[in-house]
Design a protein around this ligand. Structure first.
Ligand code: XIL
Length: 380
């Protein structure tokens, strides 16, 4: 076959295999004809979703917006519903980005998740410190929590379907994390936050959420907290296993054990912030405010993932998804922390300026092989 003919045939084959979907803006997003629609593939098993940012929700990133509509039936805000964003100064509320996020979800018939009511990170200092930089009193903090949680949850009542009530409250040693909330109120701040959220919207699902859930000390701590909240008669619908992963963590067997231990308390589970760095792991503190100075050898794949690394990455992701599939009776939701590799937080954390490959779609919005395979298998 001569070259011209080969090229022409190739072009025809490609055209036949690719559907071009107009997405409202000046972009077109192409997906291959046989690309499974994720929310259809996993229907009846769990909701499938992603954390979204304001560019996507506002339609600025119209390709991603279209992809989100096509594939996901649940979304969570990557940043705009954190307290420092919504309530940066005392008495000052910045609702617009959060409103846009909720509106996008409601318009598209999605299960909308609020992230997160009580977290020590991305927390405005005024919330817990006085003008002299000292902790506010227990009464003051209780009052602030009441006002904040009530204002936010009531505003989105009936539209936000579930809330991460507390985020990352347990330390690696299994003890309570020494956050300002804990230092001021002790462990009682956790049930208190659940009480407030439930009073503000009795129909909303309420969750706990944390990372490194393969850690047996954390597992035991959360089993205790789940049992305690239930004993107090408080509503708690599920526990979120963030599932930030890398090539050498989590310990997959321990991760599954934790999922089973949580299910054993009669609570549903969710993978809430799923991503997997393909880059060398950086040893860092668990504080997300800390980043490590850039080192070139820690950023080895700027021109794409080598095939061998790519295949290990896909296999590890498939293994994690398979855990959710095998427990799907008790898994409410599988949620990636971002849409496509280009906008993942992992490019800048814990080391700024790297090129990472952690998500379900690559930088060109192409679906990764493992999820395509799993979706096709799930459908059959
Ligand atoms: C991250 C966002 O992805 C970043 O854009 C932001 O700069 C920092 O926070 N655990 C959580 C998420 O619960 O809220 C964090 O999100 C990632 C770790």
């Amino acid at each position: 076959m001569n070259t011209t003919k080969t090229i022409r045939m190739l072009a025809v084959t490609m055209l036949a295999g690719v559907a071009v979907v107009s997405c409202g803006g000046n972009h077109n997003v192409a997906h291959e004809d046989d690309e499974p629609v994720l929310k259809e593939a996993f229907a009846g098993k769990f909701l499938i979703g992603a954390a979204v940012n304001d560019n996507q929700v506002s339609g600025k990133d119209s390709i991603a917006a279209e992809l989100i509509r096509r594939h996901f039936n649940t979304i969570v805000a990557e940043n705009v519903m954190k307290s420092a964003e919504i309530n940066p100064q005392q008495g000052v509320y910045n609702w617009e980005p959060a409103d846009r996020f909720v509106e996008f979800g409601v318009e598209n018939g999605m299960f909308v998740v609020g992230h997160t009511l009580v977290w020590h990170s991305q927390l405005a200092p005024w919330f817990v410190y006085d003008d002299n930089g000292r902790y506010v009193s227990a009464d003051t903090l209780r009052e602030r929590m009441r006002t904040y949680i009530t204002d936010v949850v009531v505003r989105y009542k009936g539209r936000v379907n579930g809330w991460d009530v507390v985020n990352e409250v347990i330390d690696d040693d299994g003890g309570y994390r020494r956050t300002p909330f804990y230092e001021i109120l002790g462990e009682e701040y956790i049930p208190y936050a659940f009480e407030l959220a439930h009073a503000a919207d009795p129909d909303a699902q309420l969750y706990l959420n944390d990372y490194a859930m393969d850690n047996p000390a954390k597992r035991d701590a959360y089993v205790r907290i789940l049992n305690d909240l239930k004993k107090r008669g408080l509503r708690v619908d599920a526990i979120g296993m963030q599932s930030h992963a890398g090539m050498d963590y989590p310990n997959i067997a321990e991760y599954e054990k934790s999922m089973e231990a949580f299910i054993g308390t009669g609570t549903k589970v969710m993978m809430t912030e799923w991503d997997m760095s393909a880059l060398p792991s950086v040893t860092q503190s668990a504080n997300i405010a800390d980043t490590t100075a850039f080192r070139r050898e820690m950023n080895p794949y700027t021109d794409g993932l080598p095939a061998d690394v790519d295949s290990v990455w896909n296999a590890r992701m498939a293994t994690m998804l398979d855990i959710a599939l095998r427990h799907s009776d008790d898994v409410l939701r599988v949620n990636a922390w971002g849409v496509s590799d280009g906008d993942s937080w992992k490019n800048d954390w814990p080391m700024k300026g790297r090129t990472d490959y952690p998500l379900l779609f690559d930088r060109h919005y192409k679906m990764k092989p493992f999820i395509r395979g799993a979706a096709k298998a799930a459908k059959n």
